[in-house]
Design a protein. Structure first.
Length: 221
């Protein structure tokens, strides 16, 4: 079975694979940064005393977490251009969709991080003359980020794995590059094995980083 495999195609595929990997990493980083920023705002809204803000944020988070990501990608790619008349292309559509989708998950992580900080620290900030916003920005959020950093990284490498779904709309990610090279050269099995190894190495390395950070945070505590 394996005797018929020819991995010499891998060397020819490296330029295309690197281009696809670059896009997958770019999508991961941008969606992570945008998702964390939007997710933090959503978390603050959910913890706000304003019932309308809390309800709106809860509806958004519950809606996003209840719909499969692939369905969201297809909806955004197909329906938004029909509704707005603006065609953004598969790459931009995937970028926006991933950011909005991941924000719901980062929101719950950040909400747990904020709630893990003792409420007395908020009162201490008020006692020093800080406003609620200043207390959150300077006292609560830095500690919440530190506590939740391993979980945020875990969600990020799940995000990296999910980038393989964008091939469904034709975005030129890592999986798309492997599939295209494999079909053009009649070596799809070899290319899928090779790209699986790339995903494994990156995700395994991130998981080791998460374990290391968990130990470091445990020492700090």
């Amino acid at each position: 079975m394996f005797a018929s495999l020819d991995f010499s195609i891998v060397l020819q595929a490296i330029p295309a694979i690197l281009q696809g990997l670059l896009y997958s990493l770019e999508l991961t980083v941008v969606a992570m940064v945008g998702g964390v920023i939007l997710g933090t705002l959503l978390a603050l809204c959910r913890l706000s005393s304003n019932a309308y803000l809390g309800f709106a944020a809860k509806v958004y988070v519950d809606l996003m977490r209840s719909i499969p990501l692939l369905m969201m990608i297809l909806w955004f790619f197909l329906l938004v251009p029909l509704m707005t008349g603006v065609r953004m292309g598969p790459e931009n559509s995937a970028l926006i969709t991933f950011t909005l989708f991941q924000a719901a998950f980062y929101s719950e992580i950040m909400r747990a991080g904020i709630q893990s900080i003792a409420k007395g620290q908020i009162n201490a900030g008020f006692a020093l003359g800080m406003t609620y916003s200043q207390t959150m920005a300077n006292v609560i959020l830095p500690q919440a980020f530190r506590n939740m950093l391993p979980v945020l990284l875990t969600q990020t490498f799940v995000l990296f794995q999910d980038t393989s779904l964008v091939y469904a709309v034709g975005a030129r990610d890592l999986l798309w590059a492997a599939k295209t090279v494999g079909i053009n050269n009649g070596r799809t099995v070899e290319m899928y094995i090779f790209v699986s190894l790339i995903y494994f190495v990156i995700c395994f390395s991130l998981s080791m980083l998460v374990k290391y950070m968990n130990k470091r945070i445990a020492i700090i505590r």
